[in-house]
Ligand binder design. Structure first.
Ligand code: DAH
Length: 347
């Protein structure tokens, strides 16, 4: 994490020179021009002179040279303006507008170009990868009925799994959705079968630490057709993992439990840092867990008016921040949302 003082200095020097030029243009007698020269160009502590001294502190030689050239040009421009103004004043011919004219040789202030946030970048990549496989991106409400968030995805009232979700309640019937899974049922009801959709969107939980945030992004995926099998999920996730983490990544499916899928799996990808040897990122295991999924539970298909005797499907859900942390080697995910410019400016 490095700030870029040379850029900030460049912009500051530019601003100081603009102020100097304004004063020069407004000066009506040569005595005030002398004062302006002393204030801005004075040998020891002139407001513009001091930038000369900072040049030496810039580590990067390229940036140092650029800054040097820029400060010299600014000093020269202010010096010239003072002399021009002096000539104008002593000829008592004022108001020819020369000070306002556009000078195309004037060095512009340095531009700082923006770029996408790591989370936006992963979000965009995930959408693109699944678009290649024919998935349509759909959305659902963030203030969701309890029924859709839990009951219809096989977590009935009183079910202990509800306790694990750290839910924000809105009123008796509604919650801030704790995952994007309720959109599975919504999409089944709207689109029927067959269908292939992803649901990129926000979810909310009462949680805050290095890997959990009260607002976070998930991408849900769902594919329903006749004869869909676990092997289809495996092939799809392999394509996804290699697209995000690199073609030489291996994947493995581990058995797991989710209420809305049966069987359920978790997907691991071989560690992008050590390639499977074991390191700090993968905690010595050689594998990184990236998402959960499985074959959609027949109850969930029925809740979406899809006939489980005719159709089967797989679903999966991933946390976008987790993928961003793994892809970019970010150890504390809170950095993603703290808006510390030293972090977000990094490319
Ligand atoms: N909804 C799960 C969560 O938020 C993620 C998930 C797991 C989604 C398995 C799925 C799935 O569709 O099949 O933790």
């Amino acid at each position: 994490m490095t700030d870029q003082p040379e850029e900030a200095n460049g912009a500051d020097a530019h601003a100081v020179s603009v102020a100097a030029l304004d004063e020069v243009a407004a000066a009506t007698e040569t005595a005030s021009l002398d004062a302006i020269r002393a204030r801005y160009l004075g040998r020891g502590d002139g407001l513009l002179t001091v930038f000369r001294k900072r040049i030496g502190t810039i580590a990067d030689p390229e940036a140092r040279r650029a800054m040097g050239q820029m400060v010299n040009a600014l000093v020269e421009r202010v010096t010239d303006a003072i002399e021009e103004r002096r000539a104008t004043l002593s000829a008592t011919a004022d108001g020819d507008g020369a000070a306002d004219a556009i000078d195309l040789t004037w060095p512009p202030p340095p531009l700082r170009r923006g770029h996408l946030h790591p989370v936006s970048r992963v979000f965009r990549d995930v959408r693109r990868i699944f678009a290649q496989l024919g998935y349509m991106a759909v959305s659902g409400p963030e203030v969701e009925y309890d029924r859709y968030n839990f009951t219809l995805v096989n977590m009935p009232p009183g079910h202990p799994s509800r306790d694990t979700q750290d839910t924000f309640f809105v009123d008796n019937d509604r919650v801030l959705r704790t995952h994007t899974s309720p959109v599975q049922v919504r999409s089944m009801i709207i689109r029927g079968a067959p269908q292939r959709v992803i649901v990129p969107g926000k979810a909310y939980r009462r949680d805050y630490d290095a890997t959990h945030f009260p607002m976070f992004f998930q991408v849900e995926g769902m594919c329903i057709d006749s004869g869909i099998a676990l092997s289809d999920l495996k092939g799809t996730l392999e394509f996804f993992a290699r697209s995000v983490f690199g073609v030489d990544r291996a994947i493995r499916l581990r058995p797991h439990h989710f209420e809305f899928t049966e069987p359920s799996i978790e997907l691991d990808v071989s560690c992008a840092v050590c390639g499977g040897e074991g390191c700090k990122l993968c905690k010595g295991s050689g594998w990184l867990e990236i998402l959960g999924g499985g074959m959609i539970h027949p109850n969930v298909l029925r809740n979406g008016n899809v006939d489980p005797t005719r159709f089967s499907g797989f679903a999966f859900g991933m946390g976008v921040e987790r993928i961003a942390m793994l892809a970019y080697g970010i150890e504390d995910g809170r950095l993603l949302y703290d808006n510390d410019v030293r972090f977000v400016r990094q490319r």
